[in-house]
Design a protein. Structure first.
Length: 174
């Protein structure tokens, strides 16, 4: 089982790198005002802070959507809010319909709210059809249009910094 997982990660990483290079060269930053927000995070972060609620409150939105990564365990029930390594094929295709739907949604803003390298979360951010992507720095600078240097536990500081940049870029009014 361990070898299978290692091979899968190897092939998935190769595919990820190819797509990353391709998307980076074709990147276009949207000038649209932000009305829809998607959030990708980890289950651990979701357990200690309600990122969705904080984002909606600070940006005056009511339609933010969140998806969290958690490592696959046999006892976990299928969830429309979580995904795992089992939801990706060897070549990086997404097998879970709910995650695929989330990734295909053209959010005005996607927040990658995680601070540790995670091939599956990074892959989800990369494949997202969001028009503007923001994340925590030191994960993978090629994924995001803006990176904010903050730790996930300081959600309020991260979001205040994000709001400041969104105002400067005229992506929000308030």
């Amino acid at each position: 089982m361990l070898n299978f997982t290692r091979y899968k990660r190897y092939f998935l990483n190769n595919q990820f790198q190819k797509i990353l290079i391709e998307k980076e060269s074709n990147r276009v930053v949207s000038q649209k005002e932000i009305k829809t927000v998607g959030i990708l995070t980890t289950d651990e972060i979701s357990n200690w802070v309600n990122v969705k609620e904080e984002v909606e409150k600070l940006l005056n939105l009511t339609n933010a959507k969140i998806y969290s990564f958690r490592s696959h365990k046999k006892h976990h029930e299928v969830s429309y809010e979580h995904f795992s390594e089992k939801d990706f094929s060897w070549n990086g295709n997404i097998n879970q319909p709910n995650l695929k739907s989330f990734i295909d949604e053209p959010f005005d803003l996607l927040i990658g709210y995680f601070n540790k390298k995670n091939l599956y979360l990074e892959n989800a951010v990369l494949q997202s059809k969001a028009t503007f992507k923001v994340g925590i720095s030191k994960v993978n600078q090629k994924l995001y249009d803006i990176e904010i240097a903050e730790v996930p536990i300081k959600t309020d500081k991260f979001l205040l910094e994000l709001k400041k940049y969104l105002r400067i870029l005229k992506k929000i009014k308030n």
